[in-house]
Design a binder for this molecule. Structure first.
Ligand code: GLP
Length: 241
């Protein structure tokens, strides 16, 4: 694993955007796997700014969504699909045919179609990931099998509690989701894991330095040959001892 530690979330966004930009310049038709959540949004903003400034051409990329809740109405503010569309895909005006997102339609059909879409575009060049406080990647919660493909999951209580902030008061947080499996994620040619804030420090340390175990889904990344971790000082606090 390559580790880049930078003072703050803005630095994580800057370093992450630089890595993505280098990749897309070398391969304009790059296939990018995209996490939603709050962490990568600054990186996406920088990509949009670069495209607008004319310093980067993202018009040829294909995107693959990492995960999403089940059962949310279209356009719900917490849906991963909405976050990705709003922060990146709509501003880039990326054609629908090159957006492969989860979160709509029959779950079993959506899972199978997602795997087919990934294969049809030749696999993922770079998978962008965040990390959950409980060590999850995508919605692969502790205990998830390392060889799993895109599948439906039950969300862990911790995840539902932490993500409560993204929902209106009194609105139920979904209990189910779809996620690319860890097996699917590990097939990406490169992986970029982003972490910001003190709440991620324990999970990041367990993922990077700890035992490789299904109890810590992100520890599976130790089995991948090309992982870059970009963390701010707070999230990296457990890595320096
Ligand atoms: C969420 C998402 C993940 C995300 C992670 C961290 O629940 N399902 O894809 O990467 O947890 O989220 P955040 O970046 O908001 O901390």
């Amino acid at each position: 694993m390559r580790l880049i530690i930078t003072p703050d979330a803005e630095g994580v966004a800057r370093e992450g955007a630089r890595l993505v930009a280098d990749l897309v310049r070398a391969r304009p038709s790059a296939v990018l796997g995209l996490a939603a959540g709050a962490t990568p949004v600054g990186l996406y903003r920088r990509l949009v700014e670069a495209q607008r400034a004319g310093t980067l051409d993202l018009s040829g990329i294909t995107v693959i969504g990492l995960d999403d809740y089940l059962g949310l109405p279209p356009g719900h503010q917490a849906a991963c699909r909405t976050v990705l569309e709003r922060s990146l895909l709509a501003p880039l005006n990326l054609p629908e045919a090159r957006r492969h997102l989860l979160g709509a339609g029959d779950p079993a059909v959506a899972c199978a179609e997602h795997e087919r879409a990934i294969a049809a575009c030749g696999g993922i060049d770079l998978q962008i990931l965040g990390i959950g406080v409980n060590g999850h990647i995508g919605f692969n919660e502790p205990g998830a099998a390392f060889d799993a493909r895109t599948h439906q999951v039950a969300l862990a209580a911790t995840t539902r509690t932490i993500n409560r902030k993204d929902f209106a008061e009194g609105e139920p947080v979904p209990s189910a989701a779809i996620t690319m499996g860890i097996g699917t994620i590990l097939e990406a040619r490169r992986i970029l894991l982003l972490a910001t804030g003190a709440s991620k420090a324990d999970a990041l340390a367990a993922a990077v330095l700890g035992t490789v175990t299904e109890a810590v889904p992100a520890s599976a990344l130790q089995r991948h040959a090309d992982v870059t971790v970009i963390a701010d000082f707070a999230a990296a606090a457990g890595l320096s001892s």
